[in-house]
Design a protein around this ligand. Structure first.
Ligand SMILES: Nc1ncnc2c1ncn2[C@@H]1O[C@H](COP(=O)(O)OP(=O)(O)OP(=O)(O)O)[C@@H](O)[C@H]1O
Ligand SMILES: [Mg+2]
Length: 330
C-alpha cells in the first residue's frame, strides 16, 4: 500500500472507532518504516502503539470479525474478555515471580527486540486438574489488558485429514491483528496415540506444525498451553516452550488462602485452618466450589454470615462429589 493510503487507513479507522482496523493500519505503517530501514521511527511507533494498547478499554469481543471455522462450520476459537487478575488466584510465590517477569517482558517487547533479543512468549502450564492452569493464563490476559482466544484443539485436529494446516492458518490469520493470550487447553491431547486413526505420525506432525506456526507468529501474542498429563508430550515438544511452569495441588495453607479469597465478599466466622485441614486432597477449584456452596447455604437460610455449619455442609458435599468422581473413574 502506498504510504498515503496507510495514513488514510489509519485516520479512517480511528474516526470509525475501529480498534482492530487501527491496530492493523498502524502495524502496516510500522512495517513500511522497517522496510525503509527507518528502525528508530518504527521502534518509536511501536512503543506509542503499545501505550495505546495499555490504556485502551478491553476489546469488545462481540464486535469482532466472524470467527475462523472449519469447513463444517465449527468454530476453531472462542474469544473472551479478560476477567481475572493475579489477585483472584492463590499461587506459589516462585510461580508469581515467573509470571510477573513474563508479563513485564511482554510489555517491554519492543525494547527487548531493540536489543536484539526475543521476549519469552510461550508457556506450558502443567499440574493436576483444577489448580489454576487455565485461570493463570486468563489472569495474564487480565494483567496485560488483552483478550483471550481459546483454541478448540479437538476441533482443529479432528476434522478431515489434511485440514489441520488450513485450520491453523485460519486461526493465525484471524489473530494476526491485535494482541492475544492464545490458550491451547489440554495440549497433551496432541501427544495421545489415537487408535481410531491409522496415521500414527499425523498428530506428531500436527504438533510440529503448530509449534512452527506459533514460532512464526511470535511477537504480539502470548501462547499458553496447559496439560495435566504432561508425560504424554514428548521431550521435543517441551523444549519448544520458553517457559514451563508447574502449578501444584494446593497444600493446607494454600487451601485456607483460596477459601478466604473466595469468601472475601461475605462475612465469615469459622476457623479457616481447621476447614482447610478437612479439605485434604481438594483442588483449588474444589475449595472454590465449597466456598460458593457455603455462601449459597447462608443465603438460602437467610443467615448473615458463613459459619462453621455452612462450611461443614459444603465440605461434606465436596467430599461426596469427589467420591462419586473417584468411583466412576475406577
Ligand atoms: N490457584 C488458584 N487460586 C484460586 N482459585 C483457583 C486456583 N486454581 C483454580 N482456581 C479456581 O478454580 C477454577 C478452575 O481452575 P482452572 O480452570 O484454572 O483449572 P485447571 O488447572 O485449568 O484445570 P483443568 O486441568 O481441569 O483444566 C478457576 O476458575 C478458579 O476460579
Ligand atoms: Mg484448564
Amino acid at each position: 500500500m502506498a504510504r498515503s493510503d496507510l495514513v488514510k487507513a489509519l485516520i479512517r479507522s480511528h474516526q470509525q472507532g475501529d480498534d482492530l482496523g487501527f491496530q492493523s493500519a498502524a502495524q502496516d505503517l510500522i512495517q513500511d518504516e522497517r522496510r525503509k530501514r527507518h528502525d528508530l521511527v518504527a521502534d518509536q511507533l511501536e512503543a506509542i502503539l503499545e501505550g495505546h494498547g495499555r490504556q485502551r478499554r478491553p476489546l469488545q469481543v462481540s464486535s469482532l470479525r466472524p470467527l475462523p471455522k472449519t469447513r463444517d462450520d465449527l468454530p476453531l476459537l472462542s474469544l473472551e474478555e479478560p476477567r481475572l487478575s493475579f489477585q483472584d488466584l492463590v499461587l506459589p510465590p516462585d510461580v508469581v515471580d515467573v509470571l510477573d517477569a513474563l508479563i513485564e517482558e511482554f510489555r517491554q517487547r519492543s525494547a527487548m527486540r531493540a536489543h536484539g533479543i526475543a521476549p519469552r512468549s510461550s508457556v506450558l502450564f502443567v499440574g493436576p486438574p483444577g489448580c489454576g492452569k487455565t485461570a493463570s493464563a486468563q489472569a495474564m490476559a487480565g494483567e496485560l489488558g488483552i483478550p483471550v482466544a481459546r483454541v478448540q484443539l479437538a476441533t482443529v485436529v479432528s476434522s478431515y485429514l489434511g485440514e489441520t494446516a488450513r485450520n491453523l492458518e485460519q486461526i493465525f490469520t484471524f489473530l494476526d491483528v491485535g494482541s492475544w493470550v492464545l490458550i491451547f487447553d489440554e495440549f497433551d491431547m496432541l501427544g495421545r496415540e489415537r487408535s481410531d486413526r491409522a496415521d500414527h505420525g499425523e498428530l506428531r506432525r500436527i504438533v510440529a506444525a503448530m509449534l512452527q506456526v506459533v514460532e512464526e507468529h511470535r511477537g504480539d501474542s502470548l501462547f499458553v498451553a496447559t496439560s495435566n498429563h504432561p508425560t504424554l508430550l514428548d521431550t521435543a515438544v517441551w523444549r519448544r516452550f520458553d517457559e514451563i511452569i508447574e502449578l501444584p495441588a494446593p497444600d493446607e495453607a494454600a487451601r485456607a488462602a483460596v477459601l478466604e479469597l473466595k469468601l472475601r465478599s461475605v462475612r465469615h466466622e469459622f476457623d479457616l485452618r481447621s476447614a482447610s485441614r478437612r479439605m485434604e486432597g481438594f483442588s483449588a477449584a474444589e475449595v472454590e466450589t465449597a466456598a460458593l456452596d457455603a455462601i449459597r447455604l447462608m443465603v438460602r437460610r437467610f443467615d448473615k454470615c458463613v459459619g462453621e455449619g455452612h462450611i461443614a455442609y459444603a465440605i461434606e458435599r465436596g467430599e461426596e462429589r469427589r467420591q462419586i468422581v473417584n468411583r466412576s473413574q475406577g
